[in-house]
Design a protein around this ligand. Structure first.
Ligand code: UGA
Length: 432
């Protein structure tokens, strides 16, 4: 198929590269000309495992192209994906300026039937608005369909999530649209759930909100574990063995972050509010996440007594491993809070150092985990990168002023660290 993807962000780039890999001809369009110039050379704006190789391979075989001219993309495709950003407005609702703009451009440049696929995370009823916008601005009375096809990929494992999704959700009105979408996803050989458009739109927000709820729930349980000396990892394991609960997204830590959960939760709460429903559960999920971040600072204070002038080493800056994304990263919030308290902060992340330099001030950027530990009174693990799981603790201890580890992601065995002479503080993760 000839496909165009409007918006070369995380979802747009991964979807574009994967659809090209499946044998389609794909044009990715973005109005950021600098980004497009780089992408044409195979230079990516993000780090995502496997993506660079996938893009360069498909650039070479000419199944993937990049353009800053949306008109070209609209003209040369049968299926158009909208994958532009939908950032939060001040009140928490999604800014749909980009989506509306793209809908208008599609309408003005269509020269025949098009299937317009909404992939950005948007509030319920956005597809109806896209349809109305296109009908308003369309020049000739070309036929078109709008479908909702939310994306569930995670940063860090995006390619695998795209090619092996648990489910593909398609919200469509016409038989023709449903058929094209089935054909498009046929090579993946996965379950396709076909629904009405509004339900498909809601599945995305409801899924992200539910996953965030799981995380806040287990973080709340970790607080109880801390108080009584139980181990949240074991509690999560015991809960997760129940198929009705499931073992995923029950990993306690320093709170969730990223470009999706915080934004989507705010949006969903606001959507509900606008519809006259007070989504109290989600407000509590949001508050619990904030409390969890504050709680880590409290743990540092309890351990160090005075934070001012202490040297604190932070391992991990990205909001999760295998990405260089710092958006809403709990690690960045933590570092800023420590700086506010007067700490001297040393930081290291395997992939996010470049991006961190432009947003973090007054910290010492280090080359590796051992350099970051030099002279530290405390070492905090903020992101669970694999390389942090395999550190030489003897070497680490020799670099530090005080052998104290705050394991914000519960990646270490407390008994082992204690054996190595460290004071270990986890998140609801105590083992005597
Ligand atoms: C999330 C969803 O998982 C994807 O399905 C969805 O497509 C995506 O948002 C989106 O809407 O675009 P993502 O934000 O990339 O994906 O990453 P997650 O793996 O969900 O992690 C989000 C945050 O939750 C991270 O800060 C992570 O550290 C935290 N987390 C996750 C926990 O604290 N505990 C867990 O058990 C799982």
């Amino acid at each position: 198929m000839n496909i165009s993807i409007i918006g070369a962000g995380y979802v747009g780039l991964v979807s574009g590269a994967c659809f090209a890999e499946l044998g389609n001809h794909v044009i990715c369009a973005d109005n950021d000309t600098k980004k497009i110039v780089n992408l044409k050379k195979g230079v990516l704006p993000i780090y995502e495992p496997g993506l660079e190789e996938l893009i360069s391979g498909n650039l070479k075989n000419k199944r993937l192209k990049f353009t800053s001219k949306i008109k070209d993309a609209v003209r040369s495709s049968d299926v158009i994906f909208i994958a532009v950003g939908t950032p939060s407005l001040e009140k928490g609702d999604a800014d749909l300026t980009g989506v509306e703009n793209v809908a208008r451009l599609i309408a003005q440049n269509m020269d025949g039937y098009r299937l317009i696929v909404e992939k950005s995370t948007v509030p319920v009823e956005t597809c109806a608005r896209i349809k109305k916008t296109i009908s308003t601005y369309i020049k000739n009375k070309y036929k078109f369909d709008v479908v909702s096809n939310p994306e569930f990929l995670r940063e860090g494992s995006a390619i695998n999530d795209f090619t092996h999704p648990d489910r593909i959700v398609v919200g469509a009105e016409s038989q023709k649209a449903r058929q094209i979408m089935r054909q498009l996803y046929l090579p993946l050989n996965r379950q396709i759930l076909v629904t009405d458009i509004k339900s498909a739109e809601l599945i995305k927000h409801a899924s992200n909100a539910f996953l965030a709820t799981k995380i806040s729930f287990i973080n709340a349980v970790s607080r109880i574990c801390d108080k009584v000396g139980a181990d949240v990892q074991e509690v999560a394991c015991g809960m997760g063995l129940d198929n009705r609960i499931g073992r995923y997204f029950l990993h306690a830590g320093i709170g969730y972050g990223g470009s999706c959960f915080p934004k989507d939760l705010d949006a969903f709460i606001t959507i509900a509010e606008n519809l006259g429903y007070d989504f109290k559960i989600l407000k509590a999920v949001r508050d619990t996440n904030q409390e969890q971040k504050d709680f880590v600072i409290q743990k540092v204070k309890e351990a160090l007594w005075i934070i001012k002038d202490k040297t604190i080493a932070v391992l991990g800056l990205a909001f999760k491993p295998n990405t260089d994304d710092l958006r809403n990263s709990p690690s960045i919030d933590l570092i800023n809070a420590l700086i506010q308290e007067g700490a001297k902060v040393r930081v290291y992340d395997p992939k996010a150092m470049g991006k961190a330099r432009s947003i973090l001030k007054n910290v010492t950027f280090c080359k590796n985990s051992y350099q970051v530990a030099r002279g530290a009174d405390c070492l905090i693990v903020a992101t669970e990168w694999n390389e942090f799981k395999e550190l030489d603790f003897l070497k680490l201890k020799n670099k530090m002023q005080r052998a104290l580890v705050i394991d914000g992601r519960n990646i270490y065995d407390p008994r082992y660290l204690k054996k190595m002479g460290f004071t270990y503080i986890g998140i609801g993760h105590v083992k005597e």
